[in-house]
Design a protein around this ligand. Sequence first.
Ligand code: FAD
Length: 412
Amino acid sequence: MNDNNQQTKRHRVVIAGGGTAGIPVAAALLRADSGIDVAIVEPSETHYYQPGWTLVGGGDMRAEDTRARTADVMPSSATWIQDAVAGFEPDHNRLTLASGAVLEYDYLVVAMGLQIDWESIDGLTDTLGANGVTSNYRYDLAPYTHELAKSLGNGANALFTQPAMPIKCAGAPQKALYLTADTLRQRGVKANIAFYNQGGAMFGVPAYARELDKIIAGYGAIPYFGHNLVAVDGAKQQATFETQDGTVTADFDMLHVVPPQSAPDVIKNSPLAGDAGWVTVDKNRLTHTRYDNVFGLGDCTDTPNAKTMAAVRRQFPVVVSALRKAMGGSTTADEYDGYGACPLTVAHGTVLLAEFRYNGEVVSSFPLDPTRPRRIYWPLKKHFFPWLYWHVMLKGKPWSLPKPKPRADLSA
Ligand code: FAD
């Protein structure tokens, strides 16, 4: 039901954000009890499967297969309020919407994702989508990444950037590099490929970082650490980086940019935010640290896990069980262990399936060494995970993959 024509209304449960996290919470809650009055505030007509954008950028998936109409993923018995949250007033159990309407609730779930700070890089927005400047972090730009990979010639400079953490899918900046480098290799083109990383390692979990050091070297690509992209001059095809020793400028023919990311401004400016701007929740229970009737999940919270769809997959049943307990529908609530996963597409047809939990603990869903890239994971990334997303996760159905096992031997 679409309800965007209201002034002050009240719902038992309000979910702010109907993306990867918000829809499964609503669907699972309504599966448990179809009589619950659930409203979702979601401004966008379109719902995206963002993990597919890496494959679109590699030419391995069609962009249109990563999107659906929001109306088609909305649970039929939830109320869709097609509006944007403009302010939170948790002391009064209400929020204001961009339309000026006020929405009251008994329980609030915050699932608004994060904002990509495109404007924070000087000159970037003037040239995105032209002059060789691209980003898999936008639906409309991901196809341009592959167009560039198909058009670069010998001696071209292809640069890839990674900002300060946290970002969603920390592996996505280097996935763009590997698929582009593999396309160039298949075409027999010898380009100068470089990875400019604000951080100091290829990945936050050392066991995977060691393997990725070898993979990037195998492409002859050079990683530069401690380099933060601050400006892009599209006309001159130059990128400027800040380093400890001053600024460095590099010429490019292709520049894949991943900008800094932060909590949405409306969260930053609300009582729900902690010092860093994210919604502060208990990292295992996903309940707000100050408001008992507020829950948070997905990219917008301060939980120290990797911001991924894989994390949301484990988080949404926890939020639903906490809500059910709070509403008296059950006596127990589950806990989230920090699980996250990153299927690193290290070549067309090959994936390193990095799985981990809180504190960088390596885990594995399969009885195989998880640090090894394998061809058998490619069909998972390309076919199985998207299918599971559209047909299982968004329907709020339990996920029946084996529980990942700790790998103490790889966690040091
Ligand atoms: P989103 O899915 O972004 O949803 C947030 C929703 O909130 C949106 O629908 C938005 O419209 C809505 N919203 C925003 N502002 C407001 C407002 N003011 N009021 C109301 N609603 C609002 N994850 C993986 O697990 N594996 C991968 O391989 C992977 N690859 C990725 C590759 C790329 C290029 C990208 C960009 C992401 C990737 N991810 C991957 C990460 C994954 O997509 C996110 O972690 C996931 O989408 C987070 O879900 P979310 O609901 O928190 O945010």
